[in-house]
Design a protein around this ligand. Structure first.
Ligand code: 7TS
Length: 424
């Protein structure tokens, strides 16, 4: 099965999974899950916003600061060499994690947002003229809308939006119709953060690439849950955030095909991204250093490496099966709550459930379930156009990760019945 098919697999595939995920063992790896909130066990269901961190990640960051802290790439002493080696070894591990062809195709950035901005400004902006188009989809996060608006406005280009249906599924035929000789890039989300939709990325990439159009995939919500193979997907760029992948905040990855990264001008100027500097002329370092100006988030990279190692030690298909089970169980249980409507009912969904409770504002829902120790996100989830499409100001959203359990789904449902009680 290809990556895209695997990522798009709607339900658990128990036949392909040897044993269920040992969730209790996994929970023991995440110290924060021992916390109580107002005397009640924390039920953390906001994993799409950020995931919790296993001890391995926390320890790796601490070890770096306690034992290895030095700036990288610029000193001959052992400590700095050690830190440099660690930092660069994570690049190689990320490349393997994404099945990139080479480590130099991995650029460390602050997160998905910065990765998209980098591509918008360095790759697309110079190629964009009046009348040209950038194609996104109707379910993008603001970070995959606004950077394109900025460059389109500056260059007199046009942002086009491929529509979705009322289930939150992309209309592939409409997408295809919007691919023209004017399209300079397609930038689309792999898994929607507010609807949970898993897009058929491999198919969409191949439609665009067949017309010579480069594709960026926003993988912020996909990488934590599915095995991503950038070469199998065939995309030109892939963006992800470390903090959603059980790693630290402030670190993320831009994968870019070497050929394209090499053509691109630097995004920021400064130390570490140059070969030589004079007042007359500066020459740039080869990729990926060209895109990593200044002292990077060394501890973040090391923490990200530990997060990837942690995930690699687990069976990703077991994780996918466990999350699919949580999705179907939660979908079923939530339907018992009177007046609850799920927003986003795509056939291929990740374990993200947005919902509204008739007559009650999402923020009130969030506040009351918090009193029961249940953390869910409420609001527009940085997808205001999605809210507008579904005609709601906001939703409540439960998003699951490998350490969540059916008991936690039950806790959410109990808390929602309390909300109903309070609001009558
Ligand atoms: N793309 C998607 C699909 C996202 O879900 C997010 C963050 C981003 C991009 C931006 O990632 P960042 O790490 O650069 O901020 N999504 C969410 C969310 O759903 N709730 O809080 C942040």
């Amino acid at each position: 099965m290809s990556t895209a098919q695997r990522a798009a697999a709607p339900a658990s595939r128990p036949e392909s999974v040897s044993a269920p995920l040992d969730v209790e063992r996994i929970r023991a790896d995440f110290p924060i899950l021992e916390r109580k909130i107002g005397g009640k066990p924390l039920v953390y269901l906001d994993n799409a916003a950020t995931a919790q961190k296993p001890r391995a990640v926390i320890d790796a960051i601490q070890r770096y600061y306690r034992e290895q802290n030095a700036n990288i790439h610029r000193a001959v002493y052992r400590l700095s060499e050690e830190a440099t080696r660690e930092y660069e070894s994570v690049r190689a591990r990320v490349a393997r994690f994404l099945n990139a062809a080479e480590a130099r195709e991995i650029v460390f950035v602050r997160g998905t947002t910065e990765a998209i901005n980098l591509v918008a400004h360095s790759f697309v902006r110079p190629r964009l003229g009046p009348g040209d188009e950038v194609l996104i989809t109707a379910m993008e996060h603001h970070s995959n809308i606004v950077p394109w608006q900025i460059v389109c406005e500056e260059r007199g280009a046009r942002l086009r939006v491929a529509p979705m249906n009322r289930s939150g599924e992309l209309l592939v035929e409409e997408f295809e119709k919007l691919l023209t000789e004017r399209t300079k890039i397609v930038s689309l989300v792999h898994v929607s953060n507010s609807l949970g939709t898993v897009n058929p990325v491999k198919e969409l990439v191949s439609l665009a690439r067949a017309r010579g159009i480069p594709v960026l995939v926003d993988g912020a919500q996909a990488a934590p849950h599915y095995r991503v193979d950038v070469r199998d997907l065939g995309c030109d760029f892939y963006a992800l955030s470390g903090h959603k992948l059980f790693g630290p905040t402030g670190i993320g990855v831009l994968y870019g095909r070497a050929e394209l990264l090499e053509e691109m001008p630097p995004y920021q100027g400064g130390g570490d991204m140059i070969l030589s500097v004079s007042f007359e002329r500066t020459t740039y370092a080869p990729i990926p250093a060209k895109f990593e100006a200044g002292t990077p988030h060394i501890a973040g990279v090391i923490g990200l490496g530990a997060a990837i190692d942690y995930l690699e030690r687990l069976d990703r298909s077991q994780i996918a099966a466990h999350e699919a089970d949580l999705l179907s169980y939660a979908t079923e249980r939530l339907s018992e709550v009177p007046g609850l409507r799920i927003i986003g009912t795509a056939a291929h969904k990740a374990a993200v459930i947005s919902f509204v409770l008739e007559g009650i504002h999402a923020h009130d829902v969030g506040t009351i379930v918090d009193q029961e120790g249940v953390a869910i996100r409420t609001g527009h989830h940085c997808t205001q156009p999605v809210m507008e499409f579904f005609g709601v100001p906001a939703t409540a959203r439960a998003s699951f990760a490998l350490y969540n359990t059916r008991d936690e789904v039950d806790a959410l449902v109990r808390a929602l019945f309390k909300v109903r009680e309070v609001f009558g």
